[in-house]
Design a binder for this molecule. Structure first.
Ligand SMILES: N[C@@H](CCC(=O)N[C@@H](CS)C(=O)NCC(=O)O)C(=O)O
Length: 220
């Protein structure tokens, strides 16, 4: 049965690969699982039909037969547990890869995401500048620790895993920024991941949705 995921019909990031369905698309591509996509507007996401799949009215979701999942991390873990290629066979290595999945979403993503949100939503607030600086300090702290761990390795813990997949999607929000460029091994890590054919296919598929929506006259 072909799984169905949900995604923005017109992503606010204008097809830059930042919407979280990118994680799920990439995981599906890595394991070679074909999938269908149901595109949603912001309005449709808040309707009862979608809320029955996602209690917070967001994307992505994942449907496979009578299984419905929400939360990109949970969906990637589900795929990684059911298909070879995203988690090591060895029990300890597998547990460590899962720890990196949590680290990406719980420890590294929060300051990076808050930084992006504050820049978009709060530039008119009196506390904007100090808040931005504080978030940049938090991001530098995390990037410095991550950079130290990665060292000269290609991936976080041995072979490429779902932990790398999630970490890279988190770091993507900093692509091209001075913050990331301060850590050349992390910038190279990002580039290495982006060069994976499965990443390219997922990125192209997500971007094609935005291009089609823009072409049909919708705004971002
Ligand atoms: N923790 C969730 C976050 C999901 C999320 O924030 N989705 C965004 C798109 S990347 C969304 O649907 N935003 C629209 C909204 O919240 O109304 C996950 O990883 O799946």
């Amino acid at each position: 049965m072909t799984p169905i995921i949900t995604a923005f019909e017109c992503s606010p990031d204008r097809g830059k690969g930042l919407a979280r369905d990118m994680r799920v698309r990439w995981a599906l591509e890595e394991v070679g699982q074909p999938y269908d996509v149901r595109l949603l507007s912001f309005e449709t996401m808040k309707q009862p039909e979608h809320l029955a799949l996602h209690p917070f009215g967001q994307i992505p979701t994942y449907e496979e037969g009578d299984l419905a999942l929400f939360e990109s991390g949970a969906i990637v873990l589900h795929l990684a547990e059911r298909h070879p290629g995203l988690l090591p066979q060895d029990g300890h290595a597998r547990a460590r890869a899962i720890a990196w999945m949590f680290a990406a979403l719980n420890t590294v993503e929060p300051p990076i995401f808050d930084h992006a949100l504050v820049r978009i939503l709060d530039s008119d607030k009196p506390w904007f500048a100090p808040r931005l600086l504080a978030l940049e300090d938090s991001i530098r702290n995390r990037l410095g620790q991550l950079s130290h761990h990665l060292g000269s390795a290609d991936w976080l813990d041995g072979a490429f895993s779902a932990g790398d997949l999630l970490m890279v999607t988190v770091l993507l929000r900093l692509k091209g920024s001075e913050l990331l460029e301060e850590y050349p091994n992390l910038a190279a890590y990002l580039a290495r991941a982006e060069a994976r054919p499965a990443y390219q296919r997922a990125f192209d598929a997500q971007q094609a949705v935005f291009i089609a929506a823009s072409g049909s006259g919708q705004s971002a």
